[in-house]
Design a protein around this ligand. Structure first.
Ligand code: FMN
Length: 173
């Protein structure tokens, strides 16, 4: 590899999102910052998920997911619930406001500006992560508020686990 200073990547900007899915009546969601719009017409989005995550397992099996764009006032505790613990261990959605869409995917409205519903049409094996590329099949505005950015989350001393694509090994000690 050429000379590589990992900090060269730190200026990439992101939002903070809640990615949810369902398979066979099992529902779950996880935090992801790596969600982005790929094309406008037709609208398509992509998300990079760690292969160990329960949400990854559900999306791989069902091919459907939803993305809640989290608002600036989202409590760190809410992000911790979905971003640091696995849905294999407890029901993350219990007591969290959401509705089920036609595909049975939980669309979380709590702390969300909007919810985007998606259907996977392709995926890329990126090693530790899979990049799911999806058609946008629905979208709903929940409220008018500023979105939470990844930079702002870090500014508030929000932590990032090893399973996130943007994990910084140098800050883990
Ligand atoms: C700020 C933040 C950003 C994250 N971004 C991603 C991401 O883009 N992709 C990913 O796979 N995991 C990401 N994670 C980690 C997952 O949310 C975490 O591994 C979660 O516990 C997985 O839950 P699950 O096993 O219930 O699916 C992020 C976590 C935080 C706190």
């Amino acid at each position: 590899m050429n000379e590589f200073d990992p900090r060269a990547l730190w200026g990439i900007t992101y939002g903070i999102f809640l990615v949810t899915s369902a398979f066979n009546g099992r529902l779950n969601g996880q935090i992801a910052n790596t969600v982005f719009q790929v094309t406008a017409d037709p609208p398509r989005i992509a998300v990079a998920l760690n292969k160990e995550n329960y949400t990854h397992e559900l999306i791989s099996n069902s091919g459907v997911f939803a993305v809640s764009i989290l608002c600036d006032s989202t409590p760190l505790k809410f992000i911790g619930r979905f971003g640091f613990r696995s849905g294999r261990d407890f029901d993350k959605l219990e007591g969290v406001e959401h509705f089920l869409n036609a595909a049975g995917v939980p669309c979380v409205t709590e702390n969300a500006l909007s919810v985007i519903e998606a259907r996977v049409f392709d995926k890329l094996d990126a090693g530790t992560h899979t990049v799911f590329v999806a058609y946008v099949i629905g979208g709903k505005i929940i409220k008018d508020e500023k979105p939470l950015t990844y930079a702002e989350y870090r500014e508030r001393k929000g932590k990032v686990p090893k399973t996130a694509p943007t994990f910084r090994a140098s800050e883990s000690e």
